[in-house]
Ligand binder design. Structure first.
Ligand code: FAS
Ligand code: PHB
Length: 392
């Protein structure tokens, strides 16, 4: 057994683990990240596309925002389409802030590339990860790599290992309070090297279902359509998907869609999930390990960032000033913001998708709410301030 000693053992090298590791190292706190996949696999994931200031602020604090500013696209508005109608939410005019369109893949790449030069060790391709003594002050994490058993002795463990990780299940059922809503559909996403159909994102509600026109740059687009959970990728050759996107996004967008071969195509299920508490003893849950939102509100990655902002602040206070209150308050503080983002993501999902069991009344409710949004600055402010990200 090879023994490593550190102050914070981080499980998972996704955005949560990487942002936390960098912030701790910047404060002079020792941290080690262990990751079950290899670097290429982590960088091959196509996930989020819209960054709130809570995420861009972390990259700025780490002086890792250079490529984001060079390649990212600040967006001051977002559009809601409903048939012929296109409602623009003037995010910047209403809140004074913008969101940054810059793919999660690029954020992850920037954080991984900077790790070696900043003393942030990432151990790739670990197996059999186990957490031990998390209820005491001397937890440890064991794993194997190339057949060799390792143990990391730490003061704290950060479970940044996503929805399917090993951290959350180690919290005893007696204290666990999971909350879940599974949606009766998924999102079929396509990434293509074609220019976006609109300068801003378009969320569309159509009789056939939801669609989203998003982007990664002025030459790379990301689109999604709502599909039944029974759909298979082979049911959706590119042409069929481009036809459906043109239909659902409305005539104006359709006239500007450029078609091209899929660089990536995948179907992701939608769920709302929150696990309470986000701390148990010396274990903290961060990001998707603790919560999942339907991607409608573009909150997933950004919630991981707000967890990291709270937890890094608490751990820095603990190690620098022996302040135990901040770590004790992490779960309640993070959950307060998580639940607001869950509500926003749920409400936008309910507004913009067609549910199999919905009848004429539910459709009238959607039309009435879109009428209200189209006619009310207060209603548009609610969407704008949630979309751009509520304050920490
Ligand atoms: P992640 O899941 O990104 O990272 C967890 C890491 O832990 C992974 O690298 C995993 O390999 C590792 N891990 C797991 N188990 C481990 C173990 N036992 N030992 C070691 N390592 C382990 N959000 C949006 O805002 N917009 C979107 O469009 C969007 N699309 C998405 C599409 C898909 C298919 C998925 C799954 C998620 C999507 N999300 C989206 C949400 C996503 O962006 C997450 O919110 C974000 O990745 C959260 O980051 P992490 O908490 O770091 O979790
Ligand atoms: C994306 O570009 O992948 C994206 C953007 C906004 C969302 C969801 C996904 O709400």
């Amino acid at each position: 057994m090879t023994v490593h000693k550190t102050q914070v053992a981080i499980i998972g090298s996704g955005p949560a683990g990487l942002m936390l590791g960098h912030l701790l190292r910047q404060a002079g706190i020792d941290a080690i990240i262990i990751e079950r996949q290899n670097e290429a696999h982590v960088l091959s994931r196509i996930r989020a596309g819209v960054l709130e200031t809570v995420t861009t602020d972390i990259l700025e604090r780490l002086d890792l925002a250079g490529r984001m500013h060079a390649e990212g696209l600040p967006h001051g508005g977002v559009k809601l389409a409903d048939g012929e109608r296109l409602i623009r939410i003037d995010i910047e005019g209403l809140t004074g802030r913008t969101v940054m369109v810059y793919g999660q893949t690029e954020v992850t790449r920037d954080l991984i590339d900077a790790a070696p030069g900043r003393g942030l060790e990432i151990i790739w391709e670990v197996e059999d990860v186990g957490l031990h003594d998390i209820e005491g002050d001397a937890p440890s994490v064991t794993y194997t790599r190339d057949g060799v058993e390792h143990r990391i002795e730490a003061r704290f463990v950060a479970g940044c290992d996503g929805f399917h990780g090993v951290s959350r299940p180690t919290i005893p059922a007696a204290v666990a309070r999971p909350h879940e809503k599974v949606y009766p559909f998924g999102w079929l996403g396509i990434l293509a090297d074609v220019p976006p159909c609109n300068e801003e994102l378009i969320y569309a509600n159509h009789a056939n279902g939801f669609a989203l026109a998003s982007q990664r740059s002025l030459t790379r687009s990301r689109y999604y359509i709502q599909v039944p959970l029974t759909e298979k990728l082979e049911d959706w050759p590119d042409d069929r998907l481009w036809d459906e996107l043109a239909l659902r996004l409305g005539p104006d967008a359709a006239a500007h869609i450029t078609r091209g071969p899929a660089l990536e195509k995948s179907i992701a299920p939608l769920r709302s999930f929150v696990f309470e508490p986000m701390r148990h003893g010396s274990l903290f849950l961060v990001g998707d390990a603790a919560h999942i939102v339907p991607p409608t509100g573009a909150k997933g990655l950004n919630l991981a960032a707000s967890d990291v902002a709270y937890l890094s602040q608490a751990l820095i206070a603990f190690f620098a000033e022996n302040d135990h209150d901040a770590v004790a308050g992490y779960s309640d503080k993070a959950l307060a913001r998580v639940w607001k983002a869950e509500r926003f993501s749920w409400s936008l999902t309910m507004l913009m998708h067609r549910f199999p069991d919905d009848g004429p009344f539910e459709r009238r409710m959607q039309v009435a709410e879109l009428d209200y949004i189209a006619s009310s600055e207060a209603a548009q402010m609610e969407i704008a301030e949630n979309y751009v990200g509520l304050p920490l």
